[in-house]
Design a protein around this ligand. Structure first.
Ligand code: TYD
Ligand code: MG
Length: 454
């Protein structure tokens, strides 16, 4: 048995035989930590492992192709984010800040799956605590086992005995393996434990879901270094002030990485929000200026979401710009476009922008709604709540086409909107007779202003 000292980057997991100030891999400063590694432990004879027979090389034509059968998790939102259910033998990481609801989500899934043998391993809470939580959520599955264990070898042993259909590990940071000699939660422990869970999943075909904590500043190593080891990374995020929780696929080997699931936290667990437009269009009175509704698409799903802007005269020399749920640089860019290309004097104004529901939006199609909300607030003229927008705005003030325009229009149509502004380039080849909603094609920010308030 050999021990050696090795340095790991806490940010990206890069390893180095000596300490370095700046990580050559991710550029982070002062992120290296020292850890002791024990290597060359009790070697196994070739062809064997403690997981059973080792795989042998096979000709492609000899590999029996299995029909991919996914495990339906009885949760529309989670199934969709995973790309249609949980793939047997896959290793999935659910990451999120402490307290966001990761344990609740996975326990809820485990308890809702009737007649599926599930092993929920917790290194964070006692069996009593989990029982209390389970009672709040409601127990449908009589076959859900709770194990409080942090030793990977023990977990592997119980998996062998129990033969569960799904394994949930809460959390990866609490696991430790005797393969490496470092404290639980350290980078080499997390990495090695995850590697063992991966082996377990791949050799037994039982899917393993790892729960992982990430802190706001990302200082604690964990999920980040695991990203390339797992098949799918699902991020659970949300704003503590709203009850909404958003599940986002960051990486998915078995599906699209742009899917989104929305939940709402209640006293008895998480409720799925299957019609997000309902909540993202906040209840408001008609005739308020500064509000515009965007028809956006997240993953495959179109949804309508409210953007709110407040433009006011700056009290101090430097005007304030702030965006909640929207990229600040993009907001500054849009303001510059309004100033330079459309002649709106906004440089001496404070501009605040807010996306409803605490959602963070990356879809560029929200641009036109942002511009419309800002113009509406600056001019103090309300926009009808039956009007929606879906287009990107370019640097010269041109209104650009966006993808999946038909899905956006038909969602707005379905929800009873009367008018939707889109890019002229999107209106070409569009069968407008399919929709009841009036489609207004525009080419520039100036034309949008004229169309709205002219
Ligand atoms: P938790 O799942 O423990 O978060 P994580 O595992 O991500 O750290 O739960 C987070 C919060 O959710 C906690 O503050 C309590 C709250 N909660 C509810 O509001 N309703 C519930 O039914 C449960 C189980 C928890
Ligand atoms: Mg937890």
């Amino acid at each position: 048995m050999k021990t050696k000292t090795i340095f790991f980057c806490r940010s990206c997991g890069n390893e180095s035989p000596k300490w370095v100030g700046k990580c050559p891999s991710c550029g982070e400063w002062n992120s290296y930590a020292e850890e002791t590694l024990v290597t060359g432990k009790a070697g196994k004879p070739a062809g064997q492992s403690r997981y059973g027979e080792r795989p042998q090389p096979l000709l492609v034509k000899d590999i029996v192709s299995e029909k991919e059968t996914r495990i339906n998790l009885q949760s529309t939102e989670l199934n969709r984010v995973l790309g249609g259910g949980l793939v047997p033998g896959s290793l999935v990481l659910i990451g999120g800040e402490p307290g966001i609801g990761k344990s609740t989500l996975m326990l809820q899934v485990a308890l809702a799956l009737e007649n599926r043998k599930i092993l929920y391993v917790s290194g964070e809470e006692s069996q009593q605590q989990i029982k209390m939580r389970a009672e709040r959520i409601g127990i449908k599955n009589e076959n859900c086992y709770i194990l409080t264990e942090t030793d990977t070898q023990q977990i592997i042993h119980h998996v062998g005995q129990l033969q569960p259909e799904i394994i949930i590990i809460d959390s990866i940071q609490t696991l430790h393996t005797e393969q490496v000699e470092a404290t639980a939660g350290s980078i080499s422990q997390i990495r090695e434990s995850a590697a063992e869970m991966n082996k377990l999943a791949k050799t037994t075909h039982i899917p393993v879901v790892l729960i992982g904590h990430i802190t706001k500043d990302g200082s604690i190593a964990g999920p980040k270094i695991l990203e390339h080891m797992v098949d799918a990374v699902i991020q659970f995020e949300g704003d503590r002030h709203y009850g909404f929780r958003i599940l986002r696929a960051v990486k998915n080997r078995f599906g699209s990485a742009s899917e989104l699931g929305i939940f709402e936290m209640h006293a008895n667990g998480l409720r799925e929000v299957t019609n997000p437009s309902e909540i993202l269009l906040s209840q408001r009175e008609e005739n308020v200026s500064g509000v515009a509704i965007s028809a956006m698409v997240e993953g495959l799903r179109p949804m309508l979401i409210e953007t709110q802007a407040l433009v006011s005269t700056a009290a101090y020399g430097t005007p304030q710009r702030s965006g909640t749920g929207f990229d600040l640089r993009r907001l500054n860019m849009l303001l510059a476009v309004l100033e330079k290309r459309a002649g709106f004097r906004l440089s001496s104004k404070d501009v605040f922008l807010n996306i409803a529901g605490g959602l963070r939006v990356d879809d560029p199609a929200i641009d036109m709604a942002v511009i419309a909300a800002i113009l509406s607030s600056a001019e103090d003229i309300p926009i009808s709540s039956k009007t929606a927008f879906a287009a990107e705005v370019g640097l010269s003030g041109e209104i650009r086409a966006v993808n999946r325009i038909e899905a956006r229009i038909s969602e707005a149509d379905k929800l009873g909107f009367e008018r939707i502004f889109i890019s002229k380039f999107n209106s070409k080849g569009l069968d407008q007779h399919k929709f009841q909603i009036e489609i207004v094609p525009v080419t520039s920010v100036n034309k949008l202003f004229a169309g709205l308030f002219g």
